[in-house]
Design a protein around this ligand. Structure first.
Ligand code: UFG
Length: 275
């Protein structure tokens, strides 16, 4: 995405009406260790993309932002109008890009921009053909659980059980990747007909704790997930889940997959792909 000439060729060879911009580095911990890598890649690629879109008169864009822009939320569930604040370079790149898009819109009201704030995407396509199976040690909860279930990793470390939550472990709004994908289609359909810039939470509105995720995974998939309680992870917050009203109202979109679908499809993907 940083190669302007190649991007121009893509725009020249295809009749592009709208862009979904997913590209970017996404590991929080790595962004703290290598901030310049994150700023260079995530911001440069976006600016290049926006310049090329401008050259070709393409003014519709859906951008993958993150619930990370809410920082440690003051109120739950989190509304799109909540106060923003980021705590790491990865999050800062998401917020910068949101602001760049806002300025682009202010400069030219012909743009249609949908900013999607993802909560915690997990799961896989039910076919078992599309999913995640990282080759290195996963940072995120679900891919880590999967590697414990398959025996690749000995046990899960639960980062803290002394948070002010239902069982002391961290609470997040996990959303099935297929629901997330459908949310992009809804956003695309919306911006195709409406100019402006707007922000949408893509979550389910339900908060599940780490313990609840581990239990559901074991029960649904009939597999052991040994775990140990470990210290809190730096930068983690206690609780985060979405108010989903706005996306329902404006995009006519809501998540339909439940926790069972999410943990089942996540495991099914690795089982199928390791056969
Ligand atoms: N957790 C563990 N053990 C692990 C991994 C995670 O206990 O090995 C816990 C975390 O402490 C947290 C929960 O599981 O309570 C979820 O952690 P993830 O790393 O899966 O997800 P995060 O909520 O930390 O981060 C996600 C995305 C980020 C995004 C952030 C903010 O990965 O890109 O949500 O919304 F910035």
């Amino acid at each position: 995405g940083c190669d302007k000439e190649k991007l121009r060729v893509v725009f020249m060879e295809n009749g592009i009406d709208a862009v979904i911009h997913f590209a970017g580095f996404k590991a929080v911990g790595e962004s703290v260790a290598k901030p310049l890598k994150y700023y260079r890649n995530n911001l440069d690629s976006t600016i290049t993309l926006l310049e090329v879109m401008n050259e070709f008169g393409v003014k519709k864009i859906v951008f993958s932002s993150s619930a990370t822009v809410y920082g440690d939320p003051e109120e739950l569930p989190i509304k799109e109008t909540a106060k923003l604040g980021v705590t790491n370079p990865y999050g800062a790149t998401k917020l910068f890009i949101e602001n760049i898009l806002k300025d682009v819109y202010i400069s030219d009201n012909d743009y249609s921009i949908a900013i999607l704030r993802y909560f915690n995407p997990i799961g896989a396509h039910e076919s078992g053909l599309l999913g995640e199976d990282p080759s290195d040690i996963p940072n995120n909860l679900m891919p880590y659980i999967v590697k414990v279930a398959t025996g690749e990793l000995p046990h899960l470390n639960i980062f803290g059980n002394d948070y002010d939550t239902k069982d002391g472990t961290g609470v997040r709004d996990y959303i099935h990747v297929v629901d997330l994908a459908i949310g992009h289609i809804s956003a695309l359909e919306y911006i195709d007909k409406n100019k402006g810039i707007d922000y949408y939470n893509l979550g389910t509105g339900h908060g599940y704790s780490v313990m609840e995720i581990v239990s559901a995974f074991s029960e649904v998939n009939h597999v052991d997930v040994p775990y140990e309680i470990a210290p809190r992870r730096d930068g983690d917050i206690a609780e985060c889940y979405a108010d989903t009203t706005y996306a329902k109202e404006k995009l006519h979109w809501e998540a339909t997959h439940d926790l069972t679908d999410m943990v089942e499809s996540a495991y099914n993907f690795v089982v199928k792909n390791n056969e």
